[in-house]
Structures are given as C-alpha cells and as structure tokens.
Design a protein around this ligand. Structure first.
Ligand code: SAM
Length: 256
C-alpha cells in the first residue's frame, strides 16, 4: 500500500504527511497549554508543522524534492492569508493550475516545455525523411514543437494530442494557422500510433515502460520513437543526441 502510494500517488502521501504533522502539532500545542504557560505564535506553529511534515514525508519515502514543498506548504498558506487576499483568488489560482496541470496527478506528467535548442535539434534530425512524413507529439503541451516543425516541413502531416483543457485550447489555437498541423483533445493512450513515421514525447519517467509496450504493439517497422530526456527502463536507445542545455536534455531515439 505504502509502496503503491510512493510510486503512483506521491501527492497523496504528501497530503498524509501534512495531515499527520497537523494532528501531531495540535496534540503538542494542547499538551503544552495544559502542562505549562508556553503558547506558540501562529508562525511558530506553522513552521513547526512544516518541519514535521517534511520529516514525515522523508520518512514515508517521498523523494527529496518534496522536502521544501512539505516544509513551505502551511507557512506559505499563512503568508498568503495574512495579505488578506479575497478567497476567490485562491479558487481561481487553483482552477488555473488544475486546468494547466490536469495530468500531473493521474498520469504524473506535469507541463514543462521542450526548449528551443531541443526543438531545433529535433527538426534537424528529421531531415531526410520523406517530405510528407507523419509526426505525432504525445502530450503536445503548448504546441511549440508542432509549430516549429510545421514551419520547417510544410508538407509534413503533424498531429498533437493533449488532455489538459487549457493547454489543449492554447495549442489548438496556436496551430490553427498551419494547414499541416492539427491538435486533438485526446489521451495519448487512445491515439493509434500505426500511421506515424515519427512519434515524439516529452513526458516523465512514470509512463515510459507502458508507452514502450504501446509503441511496440502499434508502431510500424521503420518508424522512429523519440523521447525527450526520459528513458525507457531496460531498453537502450539506438541513438542519443546530447543537447548540452541547462537541463542536460537528450533526445533518445528508438528505431522500431
Ligand atoms: C512535459 S509536457 C511536454 C509538452 C510538449 N510535448 C513539449 O515538448 O513542449 C507533457 C504534456 O503531456 C500532457 N499529457 C500528460 N498525459 C497525457 C495523456 N494521457 N494524454 C495527453 N496528454 C497528456 C500534459 O498535459 C503536458 O502538457
């Protein structure tokens, strides 16, 4: 159970750490009030809760980058609240984040974008393919890779699939001016891959093993799977293009 949470739903484990820390802090504050004079200020309590949540999260096996998130969550809420912003701001910010990062929770794939150098090298790598090659970006984000390829290869047929609502809308509008480029509101798991010469993705480590199974079942011999930076467990790429950017990105290519 803990292993499943750790691997598949780390956000639930982080929430558990927050709640346990809150409960432990409440007990400690009540006990201190009964036994003596000391009362923590709101800020002391929030920082104590944050420290406890970070330690608990670490103990429960969350990755190291959860430490600052768990530490700062309740103190951050307190800081925001003390500015007396209207309540609907929080709801609006939450909805905006939700519509942008729709796939973070279930698929564990948030929104971040292929950099300019990556897009350039991707485009260069496709030189030599037939002019009307078919390309799909699985989880196309804001459509940046599609737009670059639509300009560089006007005869290619380019498709993006995306399920984060706001991100989809943006990519769809952005690709409208390009006749060779289309964005669909569709899960990457529902997109048949058999018709494409090139399948591109920039996802996260989480779906790569399952994606490989899908690619092997559906992609045609001679087609190309390209992953920005994320490896397929236990399957060495046939080609690696190092990008030497600040993220140390790499394009990993598998010839099906
Ligand atoms: C890291 S971003 C990459 C965006 C774009 N491909 C790029 O390289 O700039 C991953 C995108 O995949 C989308 N995504 C995640 N799971 C998906 C799914 N099952 N179906 C469609 N899109 C998905 C996310 O919403 C996000 O926009």
């Amino acid at each position: 159970m803990l292993d499943t949470l750790r691997c598949r739903y780390p956000a639930v484990l982080a929430l558990l750490a927050q709640l346990l820390a809150l409960a432990a802090l409440a007990v400690a504050v009540l006990a201190a009030a009964r036994l003596g004079e000391w009362r923590p200020s709101l800020w002391q309590a929030a920082l104590g809760q944050g420290g406890l949540a970070a330690a608990l999260g670490h103990w429960l096996g969350l990755r190291r980058w959860w430490l600052p998130l768990n530490l700062a969550f309740v103190p951050g809420l307190l800081a925001l609240q003390s500015r007396e912003w209207p309540a609907w701001w929080f709801l609006a910010a939450f909805l905006l984040l939700l519509l942008l990062n729709w796939n973070s929770f279930r698929e564990r794939v948030p929104l971040y974008l292929s950099g300019a150098r990556t897009r350039q090298r991707l485009s260069e790598r496709l030189v030599g393919l037939p002019a009307d090659f078919r390309f799909v970006d699985l989880g196309c984000g804001l459509g940046s890779a599609l737009v670059q390829l639509a300009r560089d290869y006007p005869r290619a047929r380019l498709v993006g699939v995306e399920t984060a609502p706001l991100v989809f809308l943006f990519a769809w509008l952005r690709c409208l001016p390009y006749r060779n480029c289309r964005v669909r509101y569709r899960s990457l798991w529902d997109e048949p891959l058999g018709g494409y010469d090139v399948v591109y993705c920039f996802l996260s480590p989480a779906p790569m093993a399952e994606l490989w199974t899908k690619a092997r079942c559906e992609m045609r011999p001679g087609s190309l799977l390209i992953s920005n930076s994320f490896e397929i467990p236990d399957v060495a790429p046939d080609e690696v293009i190092e990008l030497t950017d600040w993220r140390a990105s790499r394009l990993l290519l598998w010839h099906l």
